[in-house]
Design a protein around this ligand. Structure first.
Ligand code: CA
Length: 223
């Protein structure tokens, strides 16, 4: 899952990027409204954290423009504590959720998890495909209850496929959603990671759909 953080306070921006990266997300970052708008307009983010008070262009205007242009990614806005009117304006502009500053990072992480699972059609924190289970809170993966040890890249790939279970996901979509914009993107790496994953989970679970990409769990879902 790939996120965008638009926050002009350098310390807060760094804290957000660090906590989100530690939680297994690919994170791009912007420090003003113009740059933030451009990235959200041109890159396919799974969710965005958008500060309302931004230099060059305020968060409400950025969000309104995205929604006018039919950008549908979930957006969590950051508002000042006592500005209830910002929350109303932000939600009316198309925000999906808000957090007031100052906040606990755990709250941001929980709300992002909720936005990501809702936007992919999941109500529960745990996603299951056959014997495979992903706990999005703890980032733990088990097969028949036994823990599976994954590297962070393997985890990102599996978590994306599990959120989108039963759907064919192309290699280019995976590259766009698993890596931040500075990452050296090479579609062969996806094949390598899929190969490694297949050795760690029941190998039939990830199906290769020739010419289209990969599908997790179509067989299990039919059962
Ligand atoms: Ca600000």
């Amino acid at each position: 899952m790939r996120l965008l953080v638009v926050e002009d306070d350098p310390d807060l921006n760094r804290q957000l990027v660090s906590a989100l990266s530690d939680a297994g997300y690919a994170v791009d970052t912007a420090f003003d409204g113009e740059e933030g708008h451009f990235l959200g307009d041109t890159e396919p983010y799974d969710a965005v954290i958008l500060d309302i008070g931004l230099p060059q262009r305020d968060g409400i205007s950025v969000l309104e423009q995205w929604r006018r242009d039919d950008r549908k990614m979930p957006v969590l806005i950051l508002t000042a504590r006592d500005r209830w009117s910002d929350k109303v304006a932000g939600i009316d502009a198309g925000a999906d959720d808000y957090v007031a500053k100052p906040f606990h990072m755990e709250e941001i992480l929980a709300r992002i998890r909720a936005l990501l699972r809702r936007s992919t059609g999941h109500a529960k924190n745990e996603i299951e495909v056959g014997p495979l289970r992903l706990d999005t809170r703890s980032s733990r993966v088990t097969v028949d209850g036994a823990p599976v040890k994954l590297t962070s890249h393997e985890y990102r790939l599996l978590a994306y496929l599990m959120h989108h279970r039963g759907r064919v996901v192309s290699r280019s979509e995976l590259i766009e959603h698993l890596y931040d914009q500075d990452f050296d993107r090479d579609s062969n790496t996806i094949e390598v990671f899929v190969g490694r994953l297949r050795k760690k989970i029941p190998s039939g679970l990830i199906e290769t759909v020739r010419g289209l990409g990969y599908c997790l769990g179509s067989i299990a879902d039919e059962a």
